[in-house]
Design a protein. Sequence first.
Lengths: 470, 65
Amino acid sequence: MSSEPALMSLASVAKAIADRRVSSREATQSCLERIARWQPHLNAFMAIEAEDALKAADAMDAALAKGVRCGVLHGVPVAHKDMYYEAGKVVTCGSRIRRDFVATTTATALQRLKDAGTIRLGSLQMAEFAYGPTGHNSHYGPVHNPFALDRITGGSSSGSGSAVAARLTFAALGSDTGGSIRMPAHFCGVTGLKTTVGRVSRAGAMPLSQSLDTVGPLARTAEDCAILLGLMAGADPADPTAISGPLPDYAAATTGSVKGLTIGVPGAFYVDDLDAEVAGVLDATIAVFRREGANVVRVELPDQRQLSGASQLVLAVEAAAFHKRWMIERPQDYGPQVLMRLQNGLAIPGVAYLEALRWRGPALAAHLAAVAEVDAVIAPVSPVAAPTIAESDVGNSPEADKVLQRLTRFTRPINYLGLPSLAIPSGFTRAGLPVGMQLIGRSFDEATLLRIGAAFQRATDFHDRVPELK
Amino acid sequence: MTRPTAKEVKAMADVAGLPVDTDVATRIANSIGPAFDAFAAIAGTLPFDLEPSTFAVVQAEKATQ
């Protein structure tokens, strides 16, 4: 066991607390000490609730001393993207408009993690209204990458990626509408799971696009993500889009190997226009899977640019519809880039929007047919490692679209198809920047992705690298 | 389906109740143009009986296989 509990994985610290080798207070104190050291450099937290966290930890320790264990994450301190409603708490959604918004309900995903025994460290920074892929925020400042403080974290779950990477929290909820879990996971060197549309309830999570939004975790390992998904997944009366039915044992899935599995490598699109170092990491990752016994084959996917176009039409209209009232009443309270992107939705005719939604079923069927012979598809999350905060601070300038589109090129098609995708730390550039790969699965087959991701993490140590504060 | 011009964007924004000036309309037209271009091959080709809920049907079919 590490002398610094905050460096443990979620699974390890949960077991250590259950076995009373580490107290909840020790784990919480360890996170708070790291937060105090790192927060001035990262800006990863929106709010830090140290006193309340320690009180909650003491209560968890007292309960355990009496033989009462709330759940599998009893006494584990965590923090989440500041868009998950918790009754009585301010939830800013990364915005000026909701700077003082106090939630009256608690998000189902959050409640299920609380019911499992987690305690709250505070809330995490994010892109304004989750509408930005870089980690910039014109109201609260950019979040910094722990592996290189002048670099972006990716977004929109910027604080989640940064805080998990720096070991300030054992895990964090993010959300993924166009890549917002996978990009911070890639840029910050952590594991992030974009879930299938319908796998996890979105009740009490700030909406951006009702067709594309998904709830998922960022954590240090695939095993940690599996534990969190197992707790959150399933039907919810408060969200009729959350699918009912039996759930697999996600944690058990992570004990399997990749022997006998087939991994597909796209022949185009996801391998085009890659930075040379990202291309090198893709090749090295494929080599690991081959070495571990997986069968690796080439797959020809349908035209991903069409999927990306459809995804943008859906997202732009739905986001503009959610925000229309505030766009009329409080346009001055939006950051320039977010307002710019919201305005895009005004110019898309209703028929174009509905055609994009009507095509979703056939597009998913065509994709699933193309990958019928493989268990997962591997692809880079982004064509590049983290750019600098300065060079990607494009605001609402004419070049903004080009920069943002390039970063999200490999994530948007997957959101349109509603598929699960697991981003795993897969290597580092010569400059020490993390590079992640995404494993894209079939609808509701997160278990296979977690199995493959965990097998990769048993064979490599990229997920164990801890950034140092210089 | 063709990408909207700045003039058409301006008219649609007016109808939406959020008027924009010519510069913003031009910027929006340039920003969303590539999405229209990418989707152009699909637009206008979908069969009559296809509903958006087909997506959930395909998801469910594949999940039970």
